[in-house]
Design a protein around this ligand. Structure first.
Ligand SMILES: [Zn+2]
Length: 450
């Protein structure tokens, strides 16, 4: 009954519109070095760079505005996740942010998670929580439907929404906030064996997502903790500000979270010498839950014999806003943001000559023509921005483009007066500068982005 077709929509609505930097809301915010030391709220490089360059803006401790460039990066990540989720037949839904506290009472988590939950009362004195996760809500949804048959399973439902946690000490910007974006998937199977198959399939899908983002990640065996269940894995990025310690066995490749396992020995092969400890930040987590939530909330299905049986669940999270911040943290220098290429707010920026320069009169038609040409190339559709702040020198705009981290910067400089015009392409990832005519430029970018 839920077998509707699922199509990934093309979110691009701007095919005839030129993205112009002069029109993009990107309030820069210079944070003097002294102030950074005094300002205890700035606790990571990625947070500082994203604030300075107008990617995000702090609203209150642990909660942030996503400004246009930051939101573009986040939306790109969501599209990437949507595509992978559709490949495993997961359907996108949206659970309400408010969850009745009674549901959390019945699974025992109201007390387990305790002070980290945001609680509120409505005018009738009913208690609700601002959900940090939705296992209860998902199980309750299934419990409320009486006619689910084994034929409707497996069922996989996910959402990409804001989650809430009353952090004692919000820090590292988007990495440990009180409001954050998560993708959370809940799966329902008839028995543990098929739930395990689902688990493996989702893990493979997560591997694909992290491979596409392109940053080295560690997949470690986790413990189930307050979430419960029988099997869990954590996905981490390695970074010095990471709050988890990951043990890696160099003999067999096994990884585990030291805080949880408390072990100085490989949990797989027993080796205790050839071990490495790295700091990591958790960016994804998978849980095989079994009936921990479905049983108390009475989420049942009807078997082939028409008998009610408890659903076997899995829960799978990706910290979307955290992935963005952690990626920036891992890739950036102290002064320049670097994005995973697939998540950069725009892939290409075009910098035309300064107003009143000797190049300007010879190149008036070129920037918009080049813009349209690049946008028409499939991988660059909706991914080019024109830096039309022509009151600024080329040098200043080039510096700015490097700081914001566009992967490819095209300068329309002196050689654009030649026939045919020659453009300066700065390939930031490869740290290369090339001089190319229009068609070679297109070939180069197409090759890079295919
Ligand atoms: Zn080992």
């Amino acid at each position: 009954m839920w077998q509707q077709t699922f199509r990934v929509p093309n979110l691009s609505t701007s095919s005839n519109i030129i993205h112009r930097l002069s029109k993009i809301f990107q309030p820069k915010h210079v944070i003097p070095v002294n102030a950074q030391i005094k300002n205890k709220e700035i606790t990571s490089k990625s947070q500082r760079l994203m604030l300075e360059l107008g990617i995000i803006r702090q609203a209150s401790p642990g909660s942030f505005h996503f400004l246009p460039l930051g939101l573009r990066a986040l939306e790109k990540l969501i599209r990437l996740v949507d595509l992978e989720m559709s490949r495993i037949g997961a359907q996108k839904v949206m659970f309400p942010t408010l969850t009745n506290a009674k549901l959390w009472e019945s699974t025992g988590r109201l007390d387990d998670i305790g002070p980290e939950l945001f609680r509120l009362k409505d005018r009738h004195q009913h208690t609700y929580i601002l959900s940090p996760t939705h296992e209860e809500a998902a199980a309750e949804l299934l419990a409320s439907i009486s006619q689910i048959s084994y034929k409707d399973l497996p069922l996989r439902l996910y959402q990409t929404t804001s989650k809430y946690r009353d952090e004692m000490k919000p820090r590292f910007g988007l990495m440990r906030g009180r409001q954050f974006m998560m993708k959370d998937l809940y799966t329902f199977d008839t028995d543990l064996e098929t739930a395990q198959e689902t688990y493996n399939e989702v893990c493979e899908s997560y591997d694909n997502i992290f491979k596409k983002i392109g940053i080295n990640f560690v997949k470690a065996l986790g413990t189930c903790g307050a979430m419960g269940g029988s099997l869990s894995h954590e996905y981490h990025y390695r970074t010095d500000i990471g709050e988890d310690q990951l043990l890696r066995c160099l003999d067999c490749g096994y990884s585990a979270n030291v805080q949880h396992s408390g072990n100085e020995k490989c949990g797989n092969c027993g080796n205790s010498n050839n071990l490495q400890i790295n700091r990591g930040i958790e960016v994804g987590h998978t849980f095989l839950l079994g009936d921990k939530y479905s049983k108390p909330l009475k989420a049942f299905f009807l078997t082939q014999e028409n008998k009610p049986n408890v659903l076997q669940m899995g829960s799978y999270g990706l910290g979307l806003s955290r992935i963005i911040a952690a990626a920036v943290e891992v890739l950036s220098s102290e002064h320049e943001i670097r994005w995973p290429r697939i998540l950069a707010p725009y892939t290409v920026v075009i910098i035309p000559p300064k107003e009143g320069s000797k190049e300007e009169p010879h190149t008036l038609q070129i920037p918009e023509k080049l813009y349209s040409l690049l946008e028409s190339a499939h991988p660059l559709e909706d991914n080019v921005v024109l830096d039309d702040r022509k009151h600024m020198t080329i040098g200043k705009r080039l510096l700015d483009a490097r700081r914001v981290g566009y992967p490819y910067i095209i300068v329309i400089g002196t050689r654009a007066k030649e026939d045919p015009p020659i453009f300066e392409l700065n390939d930031i990832e490869e740290n290369k500068q090339l001089f190319l005519n229009e068609s070679d430029l297109l070939i180069y970018l197409n090759n890079k982005l295919k």
